[in-house]
Design a protein around this ligand. Structure first.
Ligand SMILES: Cc1cc2nc3c(=O)[nH]c(=O)nc-3n(C[C@H](O)[C@H](O)[C@H](O)COP(=O)(O)O)c2cc1C
Length: 237
C-alpha cells in the first residue's frame, strides 16, 4: 500500500514538473514568434512602396521635392551682362529653402544669343512658330518626386517655348504631382504661368505661383529671399 502511495506521489510530481516546463517553453516560443513578426513588420515598412509609387529606398533621403528651371546668362533687360541668370538665382533660393534637388533645362544646341535684342527676336520667332526647341541633359526620374517647382523667365508674356517641349516630353512624369510655378520678369508678373501649366499638364495640382522682378535678383537678393521664404511658408503641400 505504501508503495502504491509513493508511486502516485511520484507521478503527481512528474506531471507537475512536466506541466511547468511545457508551459514555460510555449511562452518563450510565443515571445520569439512575436519578435520575428515585429521585425518583419518593421522591415516591410521601410521597403514598401509609398502612395506615389516610389519605393521606400528611393525616398529614404527624405527628398521628394525637385526644382526645375530655365534661365539665361549674358545680356538681360535692365541688368546688363549677368553671369548667373535671374531665374537661376530664385531657383537656388527655393531649393535651399526646401532642401530640393534641381534640374536646369538647357537648350540642346545653345542657339539662344547672348545679346538681349537678338535673343528677343529668336524667342519671338519660336513663339510665332509654336516651336518645340530641344533641351539637353538627363531629366531626373520624376516618379520619385511628389512636389515640383518649375520656373522660367517670362518671354513675350508666356513660358519660353522650350518649357512646352519639357511639359510635353515629360507629361507622364509630371502628371499626378503638385506643381508650383515661378517666374522672373520685368513687369508682366506671372503671365498666367499657373493656368498655362495646368493646361499643359492637366492631371496635376498647380499651386499659387511666385513672380519676382529680374532686376531684384541681381540687385536686392535679400528682398528676393524674403519674398521666396514667405511664399513658401504660405504654400500648402
Ligand atoms: C526674349 C525675352 C522676352 C521677354 N519678355 C518679357 C515679357 O514679356 N514681360 C516681362 O515682364 N519681361 C520680359 N522679359 C524680361 C525677362 O523676363 C527678365 O529679364 C527675366 O528676369 C530674365 O530671366 P533669366 O535671367 O533667368 O533669363 C523678356 C526677356 C527676354 C530675353
Amino acid at each position: 500500500m505504501m508503495k502504491i502511495k509513493k508511486c502516485i506521489a511520484l507521478l503527481l510530481c512528474l506531471t507537475l514538473i512536466f506541466a511547468l516546463f511545457g508551459c514555460s517553453s510555449r511562452e518563450n516560443g510565443q515571445t520569439e514568434t512575436q519578435t520575428d513578426e515585429e521585425q518583419e513588420g518593421n522591415t516591410q515598412e521601410t521597403t514598401e512602396p509609398s502612395d506615389d509609387g516610389s519605393s521606400g529606398e528611393q525616398t529614404s533621403d527624405g527628398n521628394d521635392t525637385l526644382v526645375i528651371f530655365f534661365s539665361r546668362t549674358g545680356e538681360q533687360y535692365r541688368v546688363g551682362v549677368i553671369d548667373k541668370g535671374n531665374t537661376a538665382i530664385v531657383a537656388e533660393m527655393i531649393a535651399d529653402a526646401v532642401g530640393a534637388d534641381t534640374f536646369e533645362i538647357v537648350s540642346a544646341d545653345d542657339h539662344y544669343p547672348m545679346t538681349y535684342t537678338e535673343l528677343t527676336e529668336v524667342a519671338k520667332q519660336e513663339q510665332n512658330d509654336n516651336a518645340r526647341p530641344a533641351y539637353t541633359g538627363e531629366v531626373p526620374d520624376l516618379s520619385r518626386y511628389k512636389t515640383i517647382f518649375i520656373g522660367a523667365p517670362v518671354w513675350w508674356g508666356d513660358w519660353p517655348m522650350i518649357l512646352y517641349t519639357f511639359f510635353e516630353n515629360n507629361n507622364d512624369g509630371l502628371s499626378g504631382k503638385t506643381l508650383i510655378p515661378f517666374s522672373t520678369h520685368e513687369g508682366s508678373g506671372l503671365s498666367g504661368f499657373d493656368k498655362k501649366l495646368a493646361a499643359a499638364v492637366p492631371n496635376s495640382k498647380v499651386l499659387t505661383g511666385l513672380a519676382i522682378r529680374g532686376e531684384d535678383c541681381q540687385k536686392d537678393q535679400s528682398g528676393v529671399k524674403t519674398a521666396v521664404d514667405s511664399w513658401i511658408a504660405g504654400l500648402e503641400y
